[in-house]
Structure formats: structure tokens, C-alpha cells
Design a protein around this ligand. Structure first.
Ligand SMILES: [Zn+2]
Ligand SMILES: [Zn+2]
Ligand SMILES: [Zn+2]
Length: 378
């Protein structure tokens, strides 16, 4: 198939047989010519997003839509696109899967550098699981497909995982001084990381439902040192216990307890218990389109009930469908914005990767610690 293959689109639809595709582009390759009056079929738990000149410009909820200028106001009003009955529109359609994607796995591909206050530079591997859901399909396509140039589900997932690893590294760097203090802190670290990533993911139009760290693995020799140190601590505790008992025994002449096992609460290790398994069990097959009645949601701004697929609140005009967000302050931007109305930042600026001054490695935008060498980034 040649690169400039053009596909004439009359009926646009997609059924994901695998159930694993976050997003699907139509046509898959090349460019599409959408006939005036073409049919867009959007299935339950999908959103159809029209992509024109490198920008996602409208979203369609479940149902069959006849594509004309009249029902794509953004095209006509804002982008001033004349779409006649004779000439097709050169555009693509992305169909986003809006269901919850459970049990996705993340992990370090290369170990990340962690500066340990006692052990020095340690290279760690970490793994975990997470659940996501697309909540703002246009923003999702604009930020990941338009801005970051990730086109397939695989590329998008790869990128999302890179974001997790990078933030994991930052979070550990800021919240843990030494691996000696790691046992028992998994829950807290998972929660903190999840909070941090929720914010990041919302910028991609995604809701992060859950995120867990299941393991943090230092190199074997470091693990051994940690084990030895905890063993030493236990021995010291036992020693103290024995001495205390001896002292008590002297006081209370004859009483004997034989509880040598007290204080042996060790063996926390570095694996997190399977407590999250419950959270990740698929919850039946009803999730999402359970009721057939037209769904109402609440406007986050004025709290009035509004139709689920409303793009703007009919009561207060609050923008429900997010087209784009300011990379600087996160404000929702209208489709034709040149500058952010809140902070004045240029609207089409891309987030810039952070170059490490120490090892010159490229880190994700907004990183606090270098993944490569553990150096704190300014
Ligand atoms: Zn409102
Ligand atoms: Zn701004
Ligand atoms: Zn570095």
C-alpha cells in the first residue's frame, strides 16, 4: 500500500473484536476523503472524533450520524471549511473506545536510577498495574495523536507507560530517602504516585482509575544488603528482648514466659501482597451502557443536569467537550485558540522534553529526576 493512498469514505464504522484497542483510525493508513453525507456509525461505548488538518475538531456519541457541514459546526464556523456536495472532505476519523481498560501492566524497561542516601546510586526495576478510561475523546486525540504523534493503541500505551515510569522515578526521588525504608511503604507510594499521574493523565483526556506498584526490585547485591540489614535489626531487637526479659526475670524471680517468637514480624520483602486483585476483577459485562434511557450528567460548573453528550452546558455555557488544554496552566481551550485566555501561553506549543545537564539523557516534559543518572532536574 502506497503512502498517499486515498480512501473514499461513505460508511465509517469500527468494531473492536479484540476488545483491547483504545483507539482506531479510519482509514488505518493514508488519508481519507469523506463524502458529504457520509454515515458515521458510532457503537455503544465509543466516541467518533473527526480529525481535520492535524486537529481533532468534533466528537460524536453512539448512534448513526450523517456527516454534513450542518452537524459539524466547528468545521464551518470556526475553521471556515466549505464542504460542498461535490468535493469530499480530506479528513480522518478516530474511534475511541470509552470503556475502562483494566489490568494494564506498566514496568521499567531499563532500570531507573535512584539516589539512595545510604547505598548511593541504585538501579531499580519496578512493575505495576493500572486501569484507564478515555473521558475526553477530543482532548485525548489532540494531545496524544495530534501533539505527541502517537497513532496506534500500542504507541499510545507505550507512551502512557513511559509517563508512569518517569513519574514513579520522580515520586521515589522526592519521597524516599533510602531503600532500607521501603518495606511497608508500598501503599503510600502507590497512592501518591496515583494522585500525581491522575493529573498527568487528565491532560490526555484520560481518567486513571487505579494504579498500583506491585514490585520494586533493586539489583541482587543491594537486595542482599537490605535483607542483611533487616536481619541485623531483628537480631538486635531479639537481643534487646532477651536482655529485657532477663531483667524482668531478675525482678520477678520465678516467672517464665517462653515467647521467643515475639518481635519476629519480618519478611515484608519487596513484593506487595495481592490485595489489589479484588479491585481489578472485571465487574460483569454491564459497565457503561447499562441503562437505555437518555443519560443525564451534572455540569461540573453550575451543577445543573445536562444531556450526556452536550458539548456545552445549556445553562451556563461551560465547555463540556474539551478540545485542547493549555500546556502551561491546563485551562480548556476553544478549538481555534491561538493563545490561552487565562495565562496567555501560545496554544499550539508542545511540551518540551527535559534534557539532563549531567548525562544529557532526554527525559519526559516536567520530569523532576533524570531516569538515566538520578540527577535532580531543575
Ligand atoms: Zn453549567
Ligand atoms: Zn494557560
Ligand atoms: Zn542524567
Amino acid at each position: 500500500m502506497g503512502k498517499d493512498n486515498v480512501f473514499f469514505l461513505e460508511v465509517i464504522e469500527w468494531f473492536d473484536e479484540t476488545g483491547r484497542e483504545l483507539v482506531h483510525r479510519i482509514p488505518e493508513k493514508g488519508s481519507g476523503e469523506i463524502k458529504f453525507g457520509a454515515q458515521l456509525v458510532v457503537r455503544e461505548s465509543q466516541a467518533g472524533v473527526l480529525f481535520y488538518k492535524g486537529k481533532a475538531c468534533d466528537a460524536f456519541g453512539p448512534g448513526r450520524h450523517t456527516l454534513t457541514t450542518a452537524n459539524i459546526p466547528v468545521l464551518t464556523k470556526i475553521l471556515a471549511m466549505p464542504w460542498g456536495t461535490t468535493s469530499p472532505l480530506r479528513a480522518e476519523v478516530y474511534l475511541a473506545n470509552m470503556k475502562v481498560f483494566p489490568n494494564l501492566k506498566w514496568g521499567t524497561r531499563e532500570p531507573v536510577a535512584f539516589k539512595d542516601s545510604e547505598l548511593g546510586l541504585v538501579r531499580l526495576r519496578a512493575h505495576g498495574v493500572f486501569n484507564i478510561q478515555v473521558v475526553q475523546p477530543v482532548l485525548f486525540i489532540n494531545s496524544l495523536v495530534g501533539t505527541m504523534g502517537k497513532y496506534t493503541t500500542q504507541e499510545i500505551e507505550e507512551y502512557l507507560k513511559r509517563v508512569i515510569v518517569s513519574r514513579f522515578n520522580d515520586h521515589l526521588g522526592e519521597n524516599l530517602d533510602s531503600l532500607f525504608n521501603l518495606p511497608g511503604r508500598y501503599d503510600e507510594l502507590s497512592e501518591g504516585l496515583q494522585r500525581r499521574l491522575r493529573d498527568d493523565y487528565s491532560r490526555f483526556g484520560l481518567s486513571l482509575k487505579h494504579l498500583y506498584i506491585t514490585s520494586i526490585t533493586p539489583p541482587t547485591e543491594v537486595q542482599r544488603a537490605i535483607d542483611d540489614k533487616s536481619r541485623l535489626a531483628v537480631i538486635r531487637d531479639l537481643d534487646r528482648l532477651v536482655k529485657m526479659k532477663a531483667a524482668m526475670a531478675m525482678e520477678k524471680a520465678s516467672e517464665s514466659t517462653g515467647g521467643a517468637g515475639t518481635g519476629l514480624g519480618m519478611g515484608l520483602g519487596f513484593m506487595m501482597p495481592a490485595m489489589f486483585a479484588e479491585t481489578f476483577r472485571p465487574r460483569g459485562r454491564t459497565g457503561g451502557g447499562a441503562s437505555a434511557a437518555p443519560q443525564k450528567i451534572t455540569c461540573p460548573d453550575c451543577k445543573n443536569p445536562i444531556p450526556k453528550d452536550a458539548k456545552f452546558c445549556p445553562h451556563c455555557g461551560h465547555q463540556q467537550l474539551v478540545f485542547d488544554q493549555c500546556v502551561n496552566c491546563g485551562k480548556n481551550l476553544p478549538p481555534n485558540a491561538k493563545f490561552c485566555p487565562k495565562c496567555g501561553h501560545p496554544a499550539d506549543e508542545r511540551p518540551v522534553p527535559k534534557m539532563c545537564p549531567n548525562c544529557k539523557a532526554e527525559n519526559l516534559p516536567g520530569s523532576a529526576f533524570c531516569n538515566q543518572c538520578g540527577e535532580k532536574l531543575g
